[in-house]
Design a protein around this ligand. Structure first.
Ligand SMILES: Nc1ncnc2c1ncn2[C@@H]1O[C@H](COP(=O)(O)OP(=O)(O)OP(=O)(O)O)[C@@H](O)[C@H]1O
Length: 266
């Protein structure tokens, strides 16, 4: 068989894993999202950039089904995710998120029980998904922490006693413990020392390359987005002003606001 024949299936474009259409959300009279649409293909990383208050985190919370928008639809191309996910009740959302969507927040207090052990935090995710065997819980928690390059000798320490970088690794371990289809990252390295930031980014990059995890990452730091993202979406005042391949957007931004963002960074 020729090399061309072997390579051919890789060229077939699959369906997007994630499709969000015309998502809108207001807080009182403040429009946080206006008709935001996005699609992400399996194994792809979408980076979302924009100034503070542009709606990045609100959009991510919608994708994590924590927030219900006023309008719009959201589908995941998975056997256990039927129809518009915004229509699911609380229980169905919780189960779907536990199995298929992992999230890492900027603030570890949002993602972790700070006084429980780190391994317990990861195991909690497995418990929600129905795992009850103690040995399995411990083994899977250990494997997820190891994959997140967390120092295993500290796995019984509570996050409150750990450094910021280690706390983010516990969040990451919890997020990937069940090998979710989608990993959401909300400013995962913001607030960390630059050297620690680089190490956490290395871990994310390695995990993405090894496991081909589909990711959506929000950051105001274009360097972070540039390191990880295949495609970029630029948001301003709740709207998408530009979307495209990362290289294209960074090298030749079309919208005046994207030009301002990119040039401010250079
Ligand atoms: N829970 C909330 N209640 C009221 N207003 C909110 C709430 N969450 C967000 N907003 C408002 O919605 C808009 C978008 O906020 P959002 O946090 O999504 O932006 P962002 O781009 O993530 O900003 P940042 O980078 O500062 O987190 C802002 O005007 C914000 O003040």
């Amino acid at each position: 068989m020729s090399q061309t024949q072997l390579d051919a299936p890789r060229l077939v474009r699959t369906q997007p894993l994630l499709t969000a259409r015309n998502v809108s959300k207001s807080y009182g009279s403040v429009p946080a999202l206006r008709n935001v649409s996005a699609s992400v293909f399996p194994g792809e990383v979408l980076g979302i950039v924009g100034e503070s208050g542009s709606g990045k985190s609100t959009f991510l919370r919608c994708l994590n089904l924590e927030e219900t928008p006023d309008a719009g639809s959201y589908t995941l191309d998975l056997p256990d995710a039927d129809g518009n996910l915004f229509d699911l009740d609380r229980y169905a959302r919780r189960m779907l998120c536990a199995r298929q969507i992992g999230i890492v927040y900027q603030n570890p207090h949002l993602g972790l029980l700070m006084k429980h052990s780190s391994s317990g935090n990861v195991a909690e995710r497995l418990l929600v998904a129905g795992e009850r065997r103690f040995a399995v819980l411990r083994d899977k928690a250990r494997a997820a922490l190891e994959a997140s390059e967390f120092p295993l000798e500290r796995m019984d320490a509570p996050p409150i006693e750990l450094s910021g970088g280690m706390q983010q690794r516990v969040q990451l371990a919890k997020a990937i413990a069940l090998e979710p289809a989608l990993l959401l990252l909300d400013e995962p390295t913001t607030g960390l020392d630059v050297s620690v930031q680089a190490l956490v980014l290395d871990t994310l990059k390695r995990l993405q390359q090894e496991r081909r995890i589909t990711m959506v990452i929000v950051s105001h730091d274009l360097g972070v987005i540039r390191t990880l993202a295949d495609r970029v979406m630029v948001m301003r005042r709740g709207e998408v002003v530009e979307a495209g391949l990362a290289d294209q957007v960074f090298q030749d931004p079309q919208h005046a606001y994207s030009q301002q963002l990119v040039h401010a960074k250079l």
